[in-house]
Design a binder for this molecule. Structure first.
Ligand SMILES: NC(=O)c1ccc[n+]([C@@H]2O[C@H](COP(=O)([O-])OP(=O)(O)OC[C@H]3O[C@@H](n4cnc5c(N)ncnc54)[C@H](OP(=O)(O)O)[C@@H]3O)[C@@H](O)[C@H]2O)c1
Length: 257
């Protein structure tokens, strides 16, 4: 399926590995020029399929980093057609054990950069009269998981922001959607499994079996599957969708809506 992304300029954040990297690779393979931001970048600019990936260094935890990234892309590439707003995941902890520093840290890493990125990108895209933004979120926003309170709380705020922004700028040719991701095999998930194994006195495979037991499809997702969906949502194919949530979780969310 041709996603008609050839020649588009895309910014993907938190994109040196995992889901962000997979989204960058799929967008580039479709012919987009992808600016891929992360704190550490040991890669060179790469040709991928018909497009390319240009690595840039940015720490989303720093105030102003999101807006500065959008401005950099606009200056260097003259436009911005696609924004994939991905952030680092928050600390996992029971609510009663969180400190106020944990809350402000998660705010600074997850909510502030999304608001900054989408506001700055929205201004550029409204000026162009076109563009698509995709927020990378989690199935935990619908079905909170144990120790996932920071994720659920800040992703709920992100969701409301996406919905409001989508309604505001839809008449000006810009779409804003989110992808709710379930358990996916990335470095973050490997760290989570190791940490659970340590706490529970088990091993990584036992903890993986427990995660998978809650997934009707009987496995976790692969990062490239999430990247494929993100690229599809960012393309014009679902052009009648805005303010929407696209779920990819192997059936883990149990509610019908
Ligand atoms: N994997 C899952 O099962 C799953 C499920 C639902 C939702 N999610 C969410 O999806 C997002 C990505 O998860 P992932 O599994 O792909 O994680 P990952 O494999 O750990 O990758 C995280 C990415 O974020 C970048 N990053 C970390 N801190 C950053 C910062 N301060 N500024 C800029 N970039 C930063 C990392 O690069 P550097 O270290 O080089 O900066 C890396 O590229 C997270 O929000 C996660 O909670 C994941």
């Amino acid at each position: 399926m041709d996603l008609a992304l050839n020649g588009k300029v895309a910014l993907v954040t938190a994109a040196s590995r995992g889901i962000g990297r997979a989204a960058a690779e799929r967008l580039a393979s479709e012919g987009a020029t992808v600016i891929a931001a992360a704190r550490s970048q040991d890669r060179e600019t790469e040709e991928v399929g018909r497009g390319g990936i240009v690595p840039v260094v940015a720490d989303l935890g720093e105030a102003g980093a999101g807006s500065a990234l959008v401005e950099q892309v606009r200056e260097e590439h003259g436009r911005l057609d696609v924004l994939v707003a991905n952030t680092p995941g928050p600390k996992l902890s029971p609510a009663l054990e969180l400190t106020w520093e944990d809350w402000t840290g998660a705010h600074d890493a997850m909510l502030r950069p999304v608001v900054e990125l989408m506001t700055a990108a929205g201004r550029v895209m409204v000026g162009q009269g076109s563009g698509a933004m995709v927020l990378v979120s989690s199935s935990w926003v619908r079905q909170p998981a144990p120790a996932g309170v920071l994720s659920a709380a800040y992703r709920s705020a992100q969701s409301s922001f996406v919905k409001s922004l989508a309604g505001e700028i839809a008449p000006r040719g810009v779409r804003v959607n989110q992808v709710l991701v379930g358990a996916t095999g990335t470095e973050r998930m490997e760290n989570i499994l190791r940490s659970k194994a340590e706490t529970n006195g088990t091993d990584r495979d036992t903890e993986l079996d427990r995660v998978v037991a809650d997934i009707p499809l009987g496995r976790w997702g692969e990062a490239h599957e999430i990247g494929d969906l993100i690229a599809f949502v960012a393309s014009d194919l679902p052009g009648f969708s805005t303010g929407s949530s696209f779920v990819i979780d192997g059936g883990a969310i149990r509610s019908a809506h």
